[in-house]
Write a new protein. Structure first.
Length: 196
């Protein structure tokens, strides 16, 4: 991520930058950060997950969103573009930003070498402040490795790691399963049916 400029911006100024820009920016409590483009592998995994969970949820009252949709964390004054997010029930929009949602039940981030530490640390700290969030999924793009964090009834987070091609991940937040083989489909070097 690249910082847009030195100094701080209020949220109205951030929205103006977004309106005039030809790229996406995140908002970090006064700082505006440009979103870097992802690798083809990153895009394939995000698309695979979006398609897989969308097909699994079917006609249930849940909406699956791509990285074009923002998530607003009012408690820490942050706005992010997660790779995938899911809202079940009525969609709630930010009072500050009509294009940002505030009630995701599930958020998914595809990890890259440059963003892994941020996604697991600082970003997760902010996402945890969303009262609606029940599950956070981190997907490696370099190997079959998925970390699933689930918020338990007492507010603690349990973690499960999945590494095997034949495994299925149970998404407790939406009461659905997605296969590792579906997440990593058509990934050269990971999908056994696709050669490098």
């Amino acid at each position: 991520m690249a910082e847009r400029a030195v100094g701080t911006y209020d949220y109205a100024a951030y929205l103006e930058v977004e309106r005039e820009a030809d790229m996406k920016y995140e908002y970090h409590d006064g700082m505006i950060t440009a979103m870097a483009g992802g690798s083809p592998e990153h895009g394939q995994i995000a698309a695979n997950f979006t398609r897989g969970i969308g097909n699994t949820l079917g006609d249930r009252p849940c909406s699956v969103y791509s990285s074009d949709v923002k998530i607003r964390v009012d408690a820490s004054n942050r706005t992010f573009y997660p790779d995938v997010s899911v809202v079940c029930g009525q969609t709630q929009k930010s009072t500050q930003d009509p294009n940002a949602l505030v009630n995701p039940i599930l958020i998914v981030e595809v990890l890259s070498e440059s963003t892994a530490a941020f996604d697991l640390g600082v970003k997760f700290d902010h996402y945890r402040q969303l009262a609606s969030l029940q599950q956070y999924i981190l997907i490696s793009q370099d190997e079959t490795r998925v970390h699933s964090y689930y918020r338990t009834q007492d507010g603690t987070w349990e973690i499960h790691t999945f590494r095997e091609w034949a495994e299925s991940i149970f998404l407790k937040s939406v009461q659905a399963e997605i296969k590792m083989s579906d997440i990593y489909r058509r990934l050269p070097g990971i999908d056994p049916q696709i050669s490098l």
